[in-house]
Design a binder for this molecule. Structure first.
Ligand code: AMP
Ligand code: MG
Length: 708
């Protein structure tokens, strides 16, 4: 029995929508990484799980869906209510009675009381966190009816392991799980009923052949692992669902889940009471390794150019790369403090609205708009005030006003605020000139962003304002792609890093390309330098393929005698040599070396930089998860004259004059590194023939856009 993905759900019986402590979390672990979501209501969570099930079935992936509440009761309840001892009979009974609204309005207390009425005495269900009494639901632990035990066999087995799951009968108080079972079982009942014979519940029914298996989990098996994540700023609920989902996935991969799901208890007991993953065998879960991750791979032919293409226009090359490249890194979750420059791996929805409550935009006086009119308005002031962080507890009566400060939540009875500068006041009254607009000087709840709205999209590279937005909507941690590891290798017999003899030159490309990768938010990996020796380059690439997600080489990329990189790549690396119609640049060797994309850049530093920023930058961005990167360009008047031929795109080293015109470097020589450094960007001249006169508009690509 094996599963391809594991979902762990931390359920909640909350009475209103919430993403605070003890709200619903759903973590989905796959070999491509783990995604976790916080969901405000049970209705929304049920819809999300239905989507997960449909996706798994659609892609042929076998799914284990584990939920953190008891699937059965200690023996006696099911039989008393339904006549059958089986837990699934209890599921039918509960699903027919327990209701829930889109706003988390549930009747589980009334149904618990109804169950109590089937027994003599007070229990077995007890506990009520609400002010309102529920008849027949005692607040404190009653004596259990005769023959009803507090725990299932699974819980006593767990207790022997030092685990302390609570009794189903307890509906409120720290760590209580009963309410989660009563609200969760009807949800699972519906998911199961929607796919007859496809979704099976372990161990309540045969499940060996089911594509989707629902199982009970207890999310306190991995305490140290959870604590380590919480120390990074992750909420405990998210950490619990992630760690347990990953442990179960690892066990599904190494066969350990089979043993975990084979329980040496009679079938009738298991079908009556259920069991939870790890009960009596917690050590198997705590010993689970990390799941084996398999990043998505590129297709072998991803760099192939259609037959018969000779010179490839820049736009054709870019389109081709854009169509074939996709993210190849796995994901991780990190705290906001670490997230600058990282790429979001999932859409981020608002865990709470911003602002979460209607509040005042100014310092002034608040009241009900309906109690004002045109002309002079004078109102008595209520005692007290409303300030940011210090809400006014009472209500403001119609016709009265309250002192209110910027950011204060509007008290009940207040919908409009007048600026203090527009008022005359005494200690007990305020007066101002009407009419005043309804809701003047207030901010609506959710006017910036509503709860559940998408605030940022997957692929966004996080900038300082994005961190502000994530913090404001209650996201302390974010799923991001792991940084793309970009290896940089220089080749050439003449290249050295120090003490150059007259026939040698210093390696200028490597520090430049490593710094570019760093600036693009990736992880530069220095692969050093290799002479023009096929065997040595092969060795180096072999090693690099285990350390890097992508490789940039420079030098040896053309088709000459000493072009060992392109020779090696074409013999052993599925090379596709693109003759790109651009100057500087031209040869770009694109290959897969053991599945790792290699961009063979020209050796000339000017050409290496141009090819890197125009071609490698967007390609690497696509591989990193950030999506295709189009540099921001400006159209500006030229400060130079030039005429160019048709058939290739040209890039000139350029910068802005004091007058905001674009001047170009005096020489177009592609070895002139000083010109690269003199420049502040590149001028891009189109593929067709063109004569430029001073003052003509040209396209300027600032370094700032190309290096970001
Ligand atoms: P290649 O592409 O190997 O034919 O090299 C073209 C030119 O670029 C030659 O003049 C090389 O010496 C020079 N070159 C190659 N690699 C580097 C490097 N890492 N740093 C500076 N110049 C280089
Ligand atoms: Mg060379």
């Amino acid at each position: 029995m094996s599963f391809d993905r594991v979902i762990v759900v931390d359920w909640s019986a909350a009475g209103k929508p919430t993403t605070q402590k003890d709200s619903i979390w759903i973590a989905c672990a796959t070999p491509q990484g783990t995604q976790a979501e916080n969901i405000a209501t049970r209705h929304a969570a049920e819809a999300r799980l239905a989507t997960h099930i449909a996706e798994a079935l659609g892609s042929g992936a076998r799914l284990l869906l584990a939920c953190d509440f008891a699937f059965g009761a200690p023996r006696g309840l099911a039989e008393r209510l339904t006549g059958s001892p089986k837990a699934l009979a209890l599921w039918d009974w509960l699903a027919a009675r327990i209701t829930d609204t889109p706003q988390n309005g549930t009747n589980y207390r009334a149904i618990a009381a109804e169950m109590n009425r089937h027994f003599p005495g007070e229990g077995p269900f007890w506990g009520n966190g609400q002010k309102l009494e529920t008849a027949d639901l005692p607040r404190t632990k009653p004596a259990l009816p005769k023959g009803i035990s507090p725990f299932r066999r699974a819980e006593t087995a767990g207790h022997e392991n030092g685990l302390q799951p609570k009794t189903l009968w307890q509906l409120a108080g720290a760590g209580a799980v009963g309410a989660q079972s009563l609200t969760g079982i009807p949800m699972l009942h519906r998911l199961r009923a929607a796919h007859p014979g496809v979704v099976a519940v372990w161990p309540l029914e045969p499940h060996a052949a089911a594509p989707v298996v629902i199982a009970e989990a207890y999310l306190s098996l991995l305490k140290p692992e959870v604590a380590a994540l919480v120390a990074t700023g992750m909420t405990p609920d998210e950490a619990q669902t992630r760690t347990h989902a990953e442990a179960f996935l690892a066990m599904a991969q190494n066969g350990g889940l089979d043993a975990l799901m084979t329980i040496a208890e009679p079938t009738d007991l298991l079908e009556a009471e259920g069991w939870y993953l790890g009960a009596g065998n917690a050590a198997a879960v705590t010993a689970a390794p990390a799941p084996a991750l398999t990043p998505p791979r590129l297709r072998n032919d991803c760099f192939a150019m259609p037959q018969g293409v000779d010179w490839v226009p820049v736009d054709t090359a870019l389109t081709r790369l854009r169509e074939t490249l996709h993210p190849i890194t796995t994901t991780e979750t990190i705290s906001l403090a670490q997230a600058l420059g990282r790429v979001l791996a999932a859409d981020m929805t608002a865990a709470r609205a911003n602002p979460s409550q209607a509040n005042s935009a100014v310092d002034g006086y608040g009241f009900a708009h309906a109690s004002t009119g045109a002309g002079l308005c004078q109102m008595p002031l209520v005692q007290g005030r409303a300030a940011a962080g210090q809400p006014f507890a009472g209500a403001v009566p119609h016709g009265q006003a309250i002192r209110i400060l910027t950011g204060a939540i509007l008290p009940e009875g207040v919908d409009t605020v007048v600026l203090e500068e527009d008022c005359a006041t005494t200690a007990r009254h305020v007066a101002f000139d009407g009419p005043i607009k309804p809701r003047a000087n207030t901010r609506r709840a959710g006017e910036d962003i509503g709860a559940g709205d998408t605030a940022l999209r997957a692929g966004q590279k996080l900038r300082p304002p994005d961190l502000a937005l994530l913090a404001a909507i209650g996201r302390a941690s974010v799923p991001v792609y792991r940084r793309l590891r970009v290896g940089v290798l220089s080749t050439g017999d003449e290249i050295v890093s120090q003490n150059a003899a007259p026939h040698q030159i210093y390696d200028a490309n490597r520090p430049m390309l490593l710094a570019l990768a760093q600036g693009w938010g990736m992880k530069p990996v220095d692969l050093g330098h290799c002479p023009d020796d096929t065997a040595l380059i092969r060795d180096r690439l072999n090693r690099a393929a285990t350390q890097c997600d992508a490789i940039l080489t420079s030098g040896g990329a053309s088709a000459g005698d000493e072009d060992h990189v392109s020779r090696l790549l074409s013999a052993e690396g599925a090379l596709s040599s693109w003759r790109i119609a651009m100057k500087p640049g031209r040869p770009l060797a694109l290959a897969l070396w053991q599945g790792v994309p290699v961009f063979g850049l020209p050796g000339n530093p000017v050409a290496a930089l141009t090819c890197a920023v125009i071609l490698a930058r967007p390609a690497l961005a696509a591989l990193s998860g950030a999506g295709w990167a189009i540099p921001q360009a400006m159209t500006l008047p030229a400060a130079f004259a030039k005429s160019k031929k048709a058939g290739r795109r040209e890039y000139l080293r350029a910068r802005l004059t004091a007058e905001g015109r674009v001047e170009v470097f005096a020489s177009e020589g592609s070895g002139r590194i000083s010109g690269l450094s003199w420049a502040e960007g590149l001028v891009e001249l189109p593929d067709h023939a063109l004569t430029i006169q001073p003052g003509d508009p040209v396209r300027f690509l600032p370094y700032a856009a190309l290096f970001d």
